[in-house]
Design a protein around this ligand. Structure first.
Ligand code: GLA
Length: 727
């Protein structure tokens, strides 16, 4: 296992437990990609084929050999200008104003441990858990270097990639396109799986064949976005949840991105993941470098379920950080859907009192507690506690909440400003506005220019000033609009601003987690508009969607589960009829769907009947019973809620001694046919006991024939089975 260099073949091979990745330094110094798939020994350069292809470029070094062309050879880091006319991973504008980069192998080294990236989130691991490969490529004419980084976590079947562009030339250059991960597949037929959506309906699953022409998804919004998630899967046409080859790429980045998948003229597939090209032209003076964020990659020969589990494990244990990363998260009550902006200190305390009575563990004061923030129209930027509204100081409110036995959490939206705020009146030039143009508003707010460190510093101080007022144990970090009107007064090039904004955001978050190591931060961007692996490095959970309707959540959480672990998925029980869809569902159904994430409540508890309160007490006890299994278990999708009669999923303990199966009906008809839920991941041909009925089941039969879902009248019924090994 690990990274092996074969001097004779000039191959570099990365081995993980079940996969192998191989590249070769070829005769002209190009770094070719040979193989990524099931574990395999030996040299795979027999996969390279050479034919005289019309209209393909031949590098000068190949002399009269017309069969040698980068237009058909699989590469690790394709660029413009070498004779490859496919979509490149990198475009650089050189000092001489040309766009050519001819990267050739210069050197490489293998190191113990996993590289880290300054100022950027990245997978981390101990020295004995990972290795790093660094390959230096150089354009010998321009002097520009590309340092390719590969992190290998063998036990996890994870390989990460990042690239550093160093301006080794004598003048200024700019990086116009940069995709740290490129996968060139010489054969095979694949599907491109992506996760599209919109506000309150994020991460819908889409699977489409990779054809001729490039399919591209991405975000031009300056954040990863509700519209497309920065994670994709390339799956063999036949791949299912349980079988078939599939590759994942998850970008550890919270800004604009793009992923491209397409077949070339010879039906070879190229998959790329990197920065969005729009408004991107990152300037580098001589000696300066641009470090790209990294991409987490995994290959699995055994279908999508295991591919997801590979990503889940890696993100849960090697990306999320802090004291809560593997701890069961406190069950919270959030004030937003309980009272929106309309609260007083007294009404908040009443809600907290109810929450404490029912067994909840943390009270979160959402939007509306600062400045003149009684509506969306004003107040953002003024991080001063509205003591008049609260009727006391923040410290006093926190003390009272703590006295009820609850932790206290608070909502913030540091990146934003309302025009109606003291901050904007004092510093109108701190928001993104292009001189001479009127800016685009969104939710009546503008975005602060976080590419400027002095603005980040100022807001950081303001926020710390609030956090220091009492025993705050949780922050919900929100971000409620997309970026626009990109202009930064102090930038040497506007093409750097979007990336520098993300670096500013990360520097703020890094300082925050270091200064307040005991605070749990939950990410949020109008729900799941910035649900990405980059944020997970700072915020081990993210509010999954502003849509709390459990039936819509079946779809949202289904899509989310392909990439992100349940321990990161913020999910709350809210009121019925639901505030976003007006749909009526039972408390049981709402509870079950919310339990498949980091559990909480978000409704006015004072309006509940005593039966409902009793049921919530039971739900909380039940969640606590299963919380470890849910947060740390292996996740299986048992149905496709987009097409099946129900949403069904399962958590299985790592040792496969225990499983929790949860099912919510979606479609309902008279005289309904019986659906059998096929239970996965248990030990082969082993007896398990249903802990509720005591009935014994055989695991192979449970998987092959399934378990009948009861046919009960009523919509959106929820069912659950908990299996343990039978003695
Ligand atoms: C966003 C969040 C909500 C809530 C509101 C407050 O929409 O996603 O959960 O915090 O902002 O304004």
């Amino acid at each position: 296992m690990g990274i092996v260099y074969d001097e004779k073949q000039r191959t570099i091979t990365l081995h993980t437990k079940n996969t192998t990745y191989q590249m070769q330094i070829d005769r002209y110094g190009f770094l070719l990609h040979l193989y990524y798939g099931k574990s395999a020994e030996g040299c795979m350069d027999y996969l390279l084929t050479y034919y005289d292809r019309g209209f393909s470029g031949n590098p000068y070094d190949a002399g009269n050999d017309k069969t040698y062309s980068m237009d058909s050879l699989p590469q690790e880091f394709p660029s413009l200008g070498t004779g490859d006319y496919r979509t490149p991973a990198c475009i650089i504008k050189n000092t001489d104003k040309t766009y050519c980069s001819d990267f050739r192998y210069e050197s490489h080294c293998i190191k113990e441990g996993k590289y880290s990236l300054e100022g950027l989130p990245a997978v981390y691991a101990d020295e004995n858990e990972a290795q790093t490969l660094e390959v230096v490529l150089t354009d010998r004419v321009s002097g520009v270097r590309a340092v390719l980084l590969y992190g290998v976590l063998p036990e996890y079947d994870i390989i990460t990639r990042s690239v550093r562009i160093i301006n080794g030339s004598t003048g200024n250059i700019s990086v116009k396109k940069l995709a740290p991960a490129c996968l060139d597949m010489v054969g095979g037929e694949y599907d491109f799986i992506t996760f599209y959506g919109r506000h309150a309906m994020e991460r819908n699953f889409q699977r489409m064949p990779v054809g001729h022409g490039v399919a591209k998804i991405g975000s031009l919004r300056g954040s990863s976005s509700h519209q497309y998630n920065p994670a994709v899967i390339l799956a063999e046409h036949e791949a299912t949840e349980d079988a078939g080859g599939c590759y994942a790429m998850s970008f550890v980045y919270s800004g604009g991105f793009q992923s491209e998948a397409g077949q070339d003229q010879y039906s070879q597939t190229r998959l790329l993941m990197g920065f969005s090209e729009e408004q991107f032209a990152y300037p580098l003076r001589p000696g300066e470098a641009l470090q790209s964020p990294e991409v987490i990659m995994s290959y699995c020969a055994e279908g999508l379920a295991k591919l997801s589990q590979n990503l889940h494990r890696c993100m849960r244990i090697h990306l999320c950080r802090g004291k809560y990363k593997e701890a069961v998260r406190p069950i919270l009550i959030n004030s937003w859907e309980a009272s929106y902006f309309d609260f007083t200190g007294e009404s908040l305390l009443q809600l907290a009192q109810q929450a404490a009575d029912l067994g909840m563990e943390m009270f979160v004061m959402d939007d509306g507690w600062f400045g003149k923030r009684d509506s969306e129209l004003r107040g953002l930027g003024d991080w001063k506690v509205n003591e008049e509204k609260l009727g006391c100081t923040l410290g006093e409110l926190i003390d009272k909440v703590n006295a009820l036995g609850l932790k206290f959490g608070i909502w913030i939206e540091p990146e934003m400003v309302n025009e109606d705020s003291d901050l904007y009146r004092a510093h109108p030039d701190w928001a993104f506005v292009i001189p001479g143009r009127r800016p685009n508003r969104s939710r009546h707010q503008l975005v602060l220019d976080f590419s400027r460190p002095e603005i980040v510093d100022y807001i950081y101080e303001q926020i710390c000033g609030v956090l220091d007022q009492g025993n705050i144990e949780y922050i919900k970090w929100d971000m409620n609009r997309s970026l626009a009107d990109i202009y930064s007064a102090t930038a040497d090039s506007q093409g750097r601003v979007l990336h520098d904004y993300v670096l500013g955001l990360y520097s703020f978050l890094e300082r925050l987690v270091n200064r307040y190591p005991n605070i749990l931060i939950e990410g949020c961007s109008g729900g799941g508009g910035r649900f990405d692996a980059g944020m997970l490095y700072y915020t081990p959970q993210i509010w999954c969607s502003d849509n709390t309707d459990p039936i819509d959540r079946l779809l949202i959480q289904y899509g989310t589960s392909f990439i992100y672990p349940a321990s990161t998925v913020g999910a709350h029980v809210s009121a019925s009829p639901n505030h976003q869809t007006n749909r009526t569902t039972t408390l049981k159904t709402r509870g079950m769907v919310a339990m498949a994430g980091t559990f909480g409540y978000e409704l006015n508890l004072n309006e509940l009947s005593s039966e409902e309160k009793e049921e919530i007490r039971g739900q909380i006890k039940e969640y606590k019973k299963y919380a470890k299994l849910i947060q740390g278990g292996l996740y299986y999708r048992l149905t496709d809620p987009q097409t099946d009669n129900q949403g069904a999923w399962e958590f299985v303990s790592e040792d496969r001694s225990e499983a929790l199966v949860q099912v919510v009906g979606i479609k309902k008809h008279a005289n309904m046919t019986v659906d059998y839920i096929k239970v996965k991941g248990l030990r082969e041909n082993t007896m398990y006991r249903d802990t509720e009925t005591g009935r014994i089941y055989n695991s192979t039969a449970l998987r092959e024939a399934g378990i009948p879902k009861p046919v009960l009248n009523g919509e959106y019924k929820a069912y659950q089975w908990h299996f343990v090994l039978a003695e």
